[in-house]
Each structure stands twice: as C-alpha cells, then as structure tokens.
Design a protein around this ligand. Sequence first.
Ligand SMILES: [Zn+2]
Length: 401
Amino acid sequence: MRAGPSQEDIRRHNLGALLRHVHLGGPISRAELTSKMGLNRSTIMALTSDLTAAGLVREELPRETGRAGRPSLVVRPESARVYVFAFDVGPDRLAVARVGLGGVILDRREAVRDRDRFELDELTGVLSGFARQMRRKTRDDTVCVGAAAAVSGGVRKADGVVSFGPNLKAEEVPFGEELARRLGLGLPVSVGNDANLAALAEHSRGVGVAVRDLIYLHGDVGIGGGIISGGHLIGGHDGYGGEVGHMVVNPGGRACGCGSHGCLEAEVGERTLLESAGRVSDGRQGRDAVRGVVEAADRGDIVAQEALSRVGDWLGLGVANLVNIFNPELVIFGGVLREIYLGSAAQVRSQLALHAMAHQRERLRLRTSALGDAAPLVGAAELAFAHVLSDPLEVLARANA
Ligand SMILES: [Zn+2]
C-alpha cells in the first residue's frame, strides 16, 4: 500500500501554490487567496505567516478599502529582496537581468555578440561579469534563489546541454554547467530553448495569460517556436520539440542551416528577407536590418513590399499547418516576426483562409507578442523561479545558508 501525501507534503504544496498566486498575479488580499485556493482563513493565515517569516512576502493593510469593518491584509511579493538571474543568449545579442519575485526586472545589461563564433569561455565570462556587477549593487539582505538561461538552440532535456545551435555556432556545449561554475553562486543554471521560454513567458505574463492552447513563433536569424497544448509546453522525447522553423513548407526550396530544404526558417528567415529585398550587399544584418525592410515597405518601397509579401505567404502557410495540427486558440508572433507579421498580415490571413481547416480557424486569434524582445529573458526568469515556487521554504533556507 502506498501512503498518501503527508501533512508536510500538503503544506509544501500549498506554500508553493500561494507563492505562485502572488508571484504571477501580484498583490492579493488574504480574502481573495481564501476563495481562489479553496482553503479556509486560518490555513491561509498560517501559510502567509510562514512565507512572511521566510522573507518571501510581506503583508500590509490595503491603502483604501471603501468598506466598513476590518480590511483583509494584502500579500505582496518581496520583489526587492528575493531575486533570480536570467540570461538570454541570442545570435547577435546577450542580455542579463536581475529579476525580483513577482517578475520585476530590477536591473539589466546587454552586449552585442559576434554571430559567427561561439566561445564558451568568453561568453560565460561576459555573462557572469554582468551578474557580478549587478550583485555588487544589491543590499545585504537580498537573496538570489535561482538562475536560468534562454539559448537560441536545442537543449537536451536529460542534461541541459545545448546540443545544437546553428545560428549560435554552438554544438554539444555544457553551457549551464560552465555558467554556474563562473557565477560561483552555488546554484545550478537551468537552460531552455529561447522560443520555448518566450512561449512560457507570454503564457504566464504576456498576451497568452489564461490561454491553454497557444503557439508562439519567434523570429531572429531563424524561426523558433513554442507550442503550449492544454496548458503544457510540448517538449518532446528529448526536449527538442517545437522546432517549427524546420517544418518544410517548400520542398525543393531554399537550403536551410539544418541541412534540409524549404524549411519555414529558410523561406521566412532573415537572410531570405534581406536577399529578396536586395539588402545583402551592403552588409547589413540583424534585427535592425529586418525592421528596415518592413519600414521601407511601409513607406511604399516596391521591392521591400514584394519581399515582405512573399515571406508573408510562406509564414501563413506554416501557420496554417500548425493550426490544423494543434488547433490553438492563439498564435503569437514574437521577435522580428512581430514586425514581419504586422507588415504581411494580409498574406498570412489569405494563406490561412486557403489552407487552414474552417473549424480550426473559426475562433483562432493572431496576435503580436506583448513582451517583445524581452520575452526569452522573462521566460528564463520564470524557469529560474520554478524551484522556489515548488518548495519555497527549503529553497530559501538553502539560499540563505
Ligand atoms: Zn531547417
């Protein structure tokens, strides 16, 4: 016979659930927590006292109640005190943020990255250097409870190794392990695919809050994706799921960095758009160059308009395939796909009308990312907070030790 959950298991679960409410939803009264969590008042009071004693939340009288009687205390996250480090490693850019409980970005640094080479030493040196600078500026009573990185590449579920990252020039890199060593915080660094983490970020804090079935498409040099189905990210057997950029939309089309031909990424990615718009010879590349094409099309540049319209057709075809397979409620365009989608929405919609099944597209909504370029960073922060949300007191005790 298997024993059921112990009192201690239940308490740990409830502490995590309560902290999650405060972390994702912001300040909330004890009365609201009572009804949202379906627990009685004295249990909520015991849980908030434990979290307050640990320094994870604080309880305050609400500013104005407008009601007679004793007001319910409001529980707030200790955002300035409890924080994580979030890292974003993109093809052209590195970003580091110190993010407080509740998702508040407290401090942030960015650096340009050379997309043509991947030097683990140099990279982790820059990232850990930024983290150290930020740590020096913190008060003595602050505590770092986690660290995580969003990486533009495939991350193996079993060991967190970046197995492939053609747009980073990375292969079989123990990135998290090395960054953890360089940080020297005594904390592991969790690693996730940037588009997967951006999808989770939009799901928890962006345009996809409360949406259980969504697809997030991320444009950078290539196209990444994150598929959330029934509220869960589809990671696949090894953790490489959601590589929508390598869905073949045009067999016999352009060569792709993955070795195949006619992948969505090859037909929609940065290089194709810049080439079609006649903007490769001047050596421009990256987000600003892509955004330049969209702006030129907006101003009436015919070549830019044609390039964008072609890309929009392929993008629409790719989205139609995804919609038929996953029946999402929402498709989100993030990274540079935000601007590309806005500049080619007519093409995307007409491809959907042609190729997506009527019942699947009936209630489908297409939206741009609410978090913009910060989405992978915000997703990394959420990954870093995952431990403290699953066992708040234990993680905090360890971090304070
Ligand atoms: Zn490919």
